[in-house]
Design a protein around this ligand. Structure first.
Ligand code: C2E
Ligand code: CA
Ligand code: CA
Length: 722
């Protein structure tokens, strides 16, 4: 801080005596010598002016009559100079003056006029008073100069501060604003003065009255109030994000100082970082984290809303999984995969309303949050539209690819009320849709919830069952209808549960497939089934057929044929003795894969049967393209055929079809003699079912007759061997 050019007044002030006569100067020096001052004597006006420039003179005793420059002239010049303008002057004259000349002296700046002879006491007294005066004046001048420069300093601080600074009075009116503040608000300092601070704050929950505001309350408590995320409405009508701090000024001033920080750059940076963290770089949709956040905030909003609003609020979460994407990615490469994902994102956007939330959860999985639905069925409509839009053939890099989508739907609040609950429900529903054959949507139902729990437990015990070898195969005989001769056995899997006893495969096979545990168990089944057939060669010869079930998951594994070949080699069984049963739906998963797999199985020399024939896609047309050996008529048709002409027609059609294509036809689930007779009458080749025997433990199956005596069966009514 640069302050005061004025020097403080020295303790001993200087008295300047100006007189052209030596004797007068000596007399004056003698007279004034012992005062609280220093005396300087000069003999002319010029010398006086020089001294005044060099020294801080407190008082001038000035002779009027002097050659060249008289006292009046000296006084006039002194008054013209700022340095000496206020220096007191006492004129001293030996001769009597006219009244006019005395007045002339005063007019030229004298503060007193003494005539000789004068009383030295009086002179000393006058000098003392005038010097005291002069000292006071000097000090005052110095103070005011200090004040000026302090004020200038403060003003420059306020002027140049980058933050906005306001002084607001106890009524909330702006009394002072610095230029930075005016710039922020796009206005002038003058225009701000006298306006209400609250008028600039753009927050919906800001009270209208100053006395109800937090500013006022804090001020009353003498506390600083900080507001980190405020927004100011600028003159241009925009919103400026700011941080405020308001501190009370000393009581007397009845006001507070408000510092305003422009947060727009910081906010922008934050927003940018934030948005990078929650968006999927590839598609520009939200990513998993972003979707979580969005869903969370919607749920929190609902939580805060009124009861009636909460009860009427319907939302749905859609989990979309692409069908066939993996194939594109694997065969055409990641760049092509990325292109497809971007296109899918665009298509999804097109299907949604503006206020729906879309995200890519990773890989080829997308989610959508449909807010404010009228009915849950509306979600189904959206799902249908999605599936329709996404499914079809595309051209990627000049190659045609087929794509589809499966959609799981979880409704709020029925299927879950938390982010994780809803996501999990939608995911499970999506899996259900996939299982139902893809290109479909499924709702998550509360029963699915319970099923999920028991599934989890079942999965756990299945794992340990595999480890503990708790599985066995049972063997169900297959009989030639015309001769009663044993054709072979179908190996059926049983789980000997330590607590629950024997568990049927329909309970655990789907789960084994879902969890891919079937692949581990599959090898075990091959080992035992093929090994058993080899072991039975001495009993049943090498014409016996062993049928093994192959699940859709197993069938889609490229290594299936290699695995079979290896086990056949190991066990030394001829491939012709092995038949693999594949369901119709497994064959229809992917026709190219199916054709290739069947060709390899055929090359290996094993037999191929279509299981549960008639229940699937009834894509009879495809049959011509596949090289097969056997059709197995689903037992549902057999059990109904005697009552239902339609089912009877299906069975006889399949039998005819088999004959025309040169395939063996096995009727499954034959339980009565009437069914057997009907089948014989319709030229069916082979039967399997409880009429003859259920799945038998290996030891029992080993003594099964190679030639069945039908008459014994008739006599015993049913179940030749039980
Ligand atoms: P599937 O291949 O259609 O097997 C025939 C099912 O019908 C067997 O049930 C069998 O016990 C039952 N069955 C046979 N005759 C009759 C009858 O006269 N009446 C009635 N009501 N049922 C009869 P299971 O053993 O419970 O097997 C169910 C399904 O589990 C099988 O259907 C098959 O798809 C699958 N499965 C069984 N064993 C295996 C296996 O080792 N591997 C694989 N991948 N799947 C298996
Ligand atoms: Ca089967
Ligand atoms: Ca079957």
């Amino acid at each position: 801080m640069v302050l005061a050019q004025l020097k403080p007044v020295p303790k001993n002030q200087v008295l300047l005596v100006v007189d052209d006569r030596e004797e007068n100067r000596v007399a004056m020096e003698a007279l004034l010598g012992d005062g609280d001052w220093e005396v300087r004597c000069v003999d002319s006006g010029q010398a006086a002016l020089r001294c005044l420039l060099e020294e801080d003179v407190g008082l001038v005793l000035l002779d009027v009559q002097m050659p060249e420059m008289d006292g009046f002239e000296v006084a006039r010049l002194m008054r013209g100079n700022p340095r000496t303008r206020y220096t007191p002057i006492i004129f001293i004259s030996a001769i009597a003056h006219t009244h006019d000349s005395v007045l002339h002296g005063y007019a030229n700046g004298a503060v007193d006029f003494l005539l000789k002879p004068f009383d030295p006491q009086v002179l000393r007294y006058k000098i003392n008073v005038l010097l005291e005066h002069e000292r006071n004046r000097h000090e005052l001048q110095m103070l005011s100069q200090q004040l000026d420069s302090a004020r200038a300093f403060n003003a420059s601080v306020l002027e140049n501060a980058a933050e906005g600074i306001l002084v607001v009075d106890d009524k909330g009116c702006i009394g002072f604003a610095n230029p930075a503040m005016a710039r922020m608000l796009g206005t002038t300092v003058e225009a701000l003065r006298g306006t209400a601070l609250l008028g600039y704050l753009a927050s919906p929950d800001m009270p209208l009255r100053w006395s109800e505001s937090e500013f006022y309350h804090h001020w009353r408590q003498g506390e600083t109030y900080r507001l980190h995320d405020a927004a100011l409405r600028t003159g241009g009508g925009e919103l400026l994000p700011v941080a405020l701090s308001c501190s009370p000024l000393p009581q007397l001033q009845q006001s507070m100082v408000v510092i305003v920080l422009d947060m727009s750059t910081v906010r922008d940076l934050h927003a940018q970082l934030e948005s990078q963290a929650i968006t999927d770089a590839l598609t520009g949709l939200l990513n998993r984290r972003g979707f979580h956040q969005a869903l969370e905030s919607v749920l929190a909003r609902i939580e805060r809303s009124s009861n009636s609003e909460r009860n009427n609020r319907r939302m749905a979460l859609l989990y979309v999984d692409l069908d066939g994407f993996k194939r594109i990615n694997d065969s055409l490469g990641h760049a092509a995969g990325d292109m497809v994902l971007r296109r899918v994102a665009d298509q999804l956007r097109a299907c949604m309303r503006p206020y729906d939330t879309l995200a890519r959860m990773g890989g080829d999985e997308f989610t959508a949050l449909l807010d404010s639905l009228g009915h849950p069925e509306d979600a189904a409509r959206v799902a249908e539209k999605l599936i329709e839009t996404l499914s079809g053939r595309y051209e990627v890099d000049g190659i045609e690819v087929t794509m589809g989508a499966s959609v799981g739907i979880a409704c709020f609040p029925e299927c879950g009320q938390t982010v994780d609950g809803l996501l999990c429900a939608a995911d499970m529903a999506m899996y259900e849709a996939k299982r139902a054959g893809r290109q479909q949507y499924r709702f998550f139902s509360p029963e699915m919830n319970g099923r999920a729990r028991s599934r989890l437990m079942l999965e756990e015990s299945l794992r340990s069952a595999i480890e503990h070898d708790d599985f066995v195969l049972v063997y169900q005989p297959q009989i030639y209808l015309d001769s009663g001769r044993l054709r072979g056995f179908e190996a059926l899997l049983r789980w000997q549960h330590r607590v629950a006893g024997t568990v049927a495969p329909s309970v655990f096979i789907p789960l084994l497939e879902e969890t891919r545990l079937i692949n581990r168990l599959g090898d075990w089944i091959f080992q035992h089934g093929i090994g058993q057939c080899r072991d039975w060669q001495p009993v049943f010869g090498n014409g016996l057929v062993m049928s093994l079930n192959v699940s859709p998951v197993q069938f889609s594994m490229p290594k299936l044929v290699d695995d079979l070949r290896r086990v056949l080699d190991e066990k030394g069984l001829a491939p012709a003795q092995l038949e693999v049963e594949v369901t119709e739906s497994a064959l229809m998963q992917d026709l190219d894969v199916t054709r290739e797999q069947l060709r390899q199985l055929r090359d290996l020399g094993v037999r191929i049967a279509i299981d549960d024939f008639g229940t699937g896609y009834s894509s009879l047309a495809y049959l011509r393209h596949f090289e097969l050996d056997t059709l197995k008529i689903d037992r549902l048709f057999i059990s109904n055929m005697l009552e239902s002409p339609r089912d009877a027609a299906v069975v006889s059609t399949i039998i005819d079809l088999g004959r025309h294509l040169g395939l063996e036809v096995i009727a499954e689930g034959v339980e009565t003699l009437e069914q057997r007779d009907w089948l014989i009458a319709h030229d069916c080749n082979i039967m399997q079912g409880y009429l003859v025997a259920p799945g038998l433990p290996a030891k029992v199956a080993a003594v099964f007759p190679q030639q069945l005596d039908w008459s014994a069966l008739v006599a015993g009514e049913r179940g030749a061997v039980r």
